[in-house]
Design a protein around this ligand. Sequence first.
Ligand code: ADQ
Length: 495
Amino acid sequence: MGLIVVSNRLPVVLRQRSDGGVEVQPGSGGLVTALRPVLRDRGGVWIGAPGSGGLDGEATRRLFAATERESGYELIPVELTRGEQRGFYQGFSNEAIWPLFHDLVPLTRFHSGAWSAALRVSARFAASITNRARPGDFVWVHDYHLVGVGRALRASGFSGRVAFFLHIPFPALDMFLKLPWRAEVLASLLTYDLVGVQTMRDRRNLLQCVRALVPGVEIEGSGGAVSVRFAGREVRIGAFPIGIDFDEFASEAGTEPVAAKAASLRADESNRKIVLGVDRLDYTKGLPERLEAFALLLERTPALRGKVTLVEFVVPSRETLSSYAALKRELERAVGEINGRFTRSGWVPVRYNFRAIPRSKLLAYYRAADVALVTPLKDGMNLVAKEFCAARVDGDGVLVLSEFAGAAAQLQHGAILVNPWDTAGTAGALARALDMPRGERRARMRKLRRAVRKHDIHRWVDSFLDAAISRSLEGFPRVEEFVPVMEHAGAVPAH
Ligand code: ADQ
């Protein structure tokens, strides 16, 4: 069975150099990090847009072929025009679905032509798939941008197996109902043979929308994946928490150069503790709230001034959208304000870096940190939390994690969980993390590493393909869910 992976972007980006040439750079973001090892190990085809730069010219084609030879799988670019980029990528994907599915209604814009733009692009992707697919191939479409590809494929008469995985959260019914194209989006989802989401919460939300909006639907099963029947078709819907290549992260983090770099980063901070943040520039990642929590901690605990540094790496993303450009300015202002207020001789409280860093340096920072602060307002999974744990081959370090990251389901027993909207609560959790005794840190990190290793990327792929192929879903295991409990329930007055 050949694997055809389809995503908005290819795992490489072509960039125009200042001398007019074109170069290939690795793509960034969670989807690419997760899927690259899957195709590297299994081989197959990756279909997606090549990013800026264009594909004309012999030199560019040669670059692409060399990248294919190196990566071990075939790359098929789908070129989009500027107009298509605007309507589909900007309008439909990143101004409508992305904010709405992360519950951020005030940032959501529904442009009237956005769904038709998404359908036109979906048809382009579908044509590329039908050109390449051979009988027996398994087509696996990724993420919200391409939800319409299933519908376009079926409309073109394609009858092969097609599955879809949503990397971002699926919203609750109340939120989903706001989408002007709610019926079309749901109907398109139901053209796939299997739809995977990250968590049980997302699965519950999706099934609730299906029940409410699809008359006559029958839902069977209660495990990790269930079967949905309507209009003579069966669609499977399941929760498949994505993971990382644990062994690869752990073994690279354990190498001598990474250990040496981590030691030198620690030495640079002399006896200070390091709190680390690593994120794509995105308003879902809770960055202003995180800075506010850190400032609150310094304000409330003068003893920590000069004793702890927040190192924040933000990788540039979607800067052409005004909400992202505004977030970038907001972060610069907030960092400036905190540093202006608390800096003293020899200590700058926030070291803010607006750039992508290479893997080895990222691993060194993961190893050097005392605390990783991963506080998205909502996140499908969040791989940074998992990468941090995998990199801690020394068995130390504390993870402070948002309850609203999908990763909270697997990491709830080892992380300190926070509500990122509660800045005072986050500041308190950070104080607790900084003060945690070594024994507790190590016990928690053992649990975290065990969970990340168990739910690694290979298990994710295998369980997804199993659910797509197996005859019966009986015995398909439920995945763990995070449900917040009131720790102080006894304190709630009876009336
Ligand atoms: P993303 O929103 O991109 O992914 P995430 O899962 O955190 O989010 O992955 C980010 C990736 O980018 C990580 O691999 C991280 O190491 C890397 N990264 C971030 N900042 C970096 C920097 N400054 N330099 C270098 N690398 C950096 C989407 C969903 C997530 C889901 C993934 C996978 O939004 O919820 O976990 O897909 O399904």
